[in-house]
Design a protein around this ligand. Structure first.
Ligand code: URP
Ligand code: ZN
Ligand code: ZN
Length: 477
């Protein structure tokens, strides 16, 4: 019998800390050996990785799959299409949200998402919860129970009709998280300000997509970010600010971190590669770019790149929220009219997250390779309790591996992507660097343009306590 099921041979292995020439031996879905030179005869299959980078599979820690809509349109991906799109883009684990619709128990929401994912997902997955109704039952029993059962992170919103929590509710939720080692993610935008600004714009007849960027302006995000940080400081627990779009919000995070507060954050490709000017495109074209918070002015991205490089941001996530523009359940039908607050917000991006960041980050010298791996995989595994099973290349870790061609040039066309949306905001982008093969627990799920593996082979991942919670506890003892 061969020692290994598979050897990945002659590649350049990259982790968050090291880059070296070496071979990887895989047995039973896990990395069993790392060595200078493994003899090919010791394996049943040998994958030639010469000229390729060998990276840990990406971890997509912020994406919306088969969720009820944010505003009327139907999300275009279920766990089958969403997981295929992820795998084709070099992602091997994703963590969508299990969304508590108002009036629903949190446990029921989680059970519903298990049913949605079962038999469909190509890659491994877990769920963050969304807590929209922090009643006594939820805070006293359901949330603690679920946190102990391995759903160790959840999101709360400071805006959106059906989800918005007030400061008192957020304090209670943070206190529950603190008691039970939960990690809280916050959507930070000031709901009152958005409503007030939107009303002014509507009165002035300014209902075009470009008004979205005014109603959701940088001060709206900056204020809420500062408030979320303060609420977490009051409770004395870590907090994670999701989808940070503006340099002003980033400055609040850097300010908190400089004071020693356990504040963590992500930004997203749409804030690096799109701008509020995209909303000004003709008619419904402009609506394709709507997401909350919105992309900012064209000078904003350079500052966010600095935050990615210097560690203010720990993660780059896609916030994949795919809609079709056309057809039943599409954005045009559900909005009824082109009005900045009637169009469901969100942009697709799960498949292009790594290619965009590699091309514009690594290949343009803004990020080194190890930082790229940390931002796209390793730090997500650590922050969301999956490390070292996921997020790295080490003996004992799952063999979730991507072979990356650093020189392959690709012009993005929506037709080549695998998600359910009917457009990509990155159409015609010229990228350099592309994933050519994706292994999930040692099985090929994507190779040279072809998807392999059965839907449903992906496994649910029970997660451990966030590294943020662990290091905060260690510092307070
Ligand atoms: O516009 C966005 N971001 N849609 C998805 C929902 C959310 O707030 O993450
Ligand atoms: Zn959000
Ligand atoms: Zn989101």
């Amino acid at each position: 019998m061969a020692d290994f099921d598979l050897i990945v041979k002659d590649g350049t292995v990259v982790t968050a800390s090291d880059t070296y020439a070496g071979d990887i031996g895989v047995r039973d879905g896990r990395i069993a050996a790392l060595a200078d030179d493994l003899v090919p005869a010791r394996a049943e299959t040998v994958i030639d990785a010469s000229g390729k980078l060998v990276l840990p599979g990406g971890i997509e820690a912020h994406c919306h799959i088969d969720e009820p809509s944010f505003g009327g349109a139907v999300l275009a991906d279920d766990f089958a299409s969403g997981s295929v799109a992820a795998a084709c883009g070099g992602t091997t684990t994703f963590i969508p949200f299990a969304n508590q619709v108002p009036g629903q128990s949190l446990r029921q929401a989680v059970d519903d998402y298990h049913a949605k994912a079962r038999g469909k997902s190509l890659i491994d997955y877990s769920f963050h919860m969304i807590v929209s109704d922090p009643n006594e039952q939820v805070l006293g029993q359901e949330l603690p129970g679920l946190l102990h059962d391995g759903y160790t992170s959840f999101k709360v919103f400071m805006t959106y009709d059906d989800f918005c929590l007030d400061d008192g509710e957020i304090l209670s939720v943070l206190a529950t998280a603190k008691r039970h080692d939960g990690f809280v993610m916050v959507h930070a935008e000031n709901d009152h300000c958005i409503r007030w600004l939107a009303e002014q714009l509507e009165r002035a007849g300014r209902t075009e997509p470009a008004s979205f960027a005014i109603a959701h302006g940088p001060a709206v995000e900056r204020e809420a970010t500062h408030r979320a940080i303060s609420l977490a400081e009051i409770v004395d627990t870590p907090v994670f600010i999701v989808h940070v779009s503006s340099a002003q919000a980033m400055e609040q995070i850097a300010w908190a971190q400089a004071r020693g507060l356990p504040v963590y954050a992500e930004t997203c490709p749409q804030y690096l590669f799109l701008s509020a000017d995209d909303f000004k495109r003709e008619g419904w074209e402009g609506a394709k770019y709507l997401c909350a918070p919105p992309p900012r002015d064209p000078e904003n991205p350079e500052q966010l790149w600095r935050g990615l490089k210097n560690g203010t941001f720990q993660l780059i996530s896609s916030d994949h929220c795919p809609y079709r523009m056309d057809g039943p359940g599409g954005r045009i039908e559900s909005a009824g009219e082109l009005h900045f607050h009637k169009v469901s917000p969100g942009v697709p991006g799960i498949e292009l997250r790594l290619p965009l960041m590699f091309s514009e980050g690594v290949n343009k010298g803004r990020l080194d390779l190890n930082r790229f791996v940390a931002l796209t995989a390793t730090d997500a595994a650590k922050l969301y309790g999956l490390y070292p099973q996921k997020g790295t290349i080490a003996v004992g870790s799952d063999a979730d591996i991507v072979l990356w061609d650093p020189d392959r040039r690709v012009t993005v066309r929506h037709a080549m992507l695998h998600d359910g949306a009917d457009y990509t905001p990155y159409e015609d982008f010229d990228l350099k660097g592309w994933p050519v093969l994706t292994l999930s627990r040692g099985e090929i799920v994507w190779r040279d343009g072809t998807v392999h593996g059965e839907p449903g082979r992906g496994r649910f991942l029970k997660r451990g306590v966030s590294s943020a919670i662990r290091s905060n506890a260690a510092q307070s003892t």
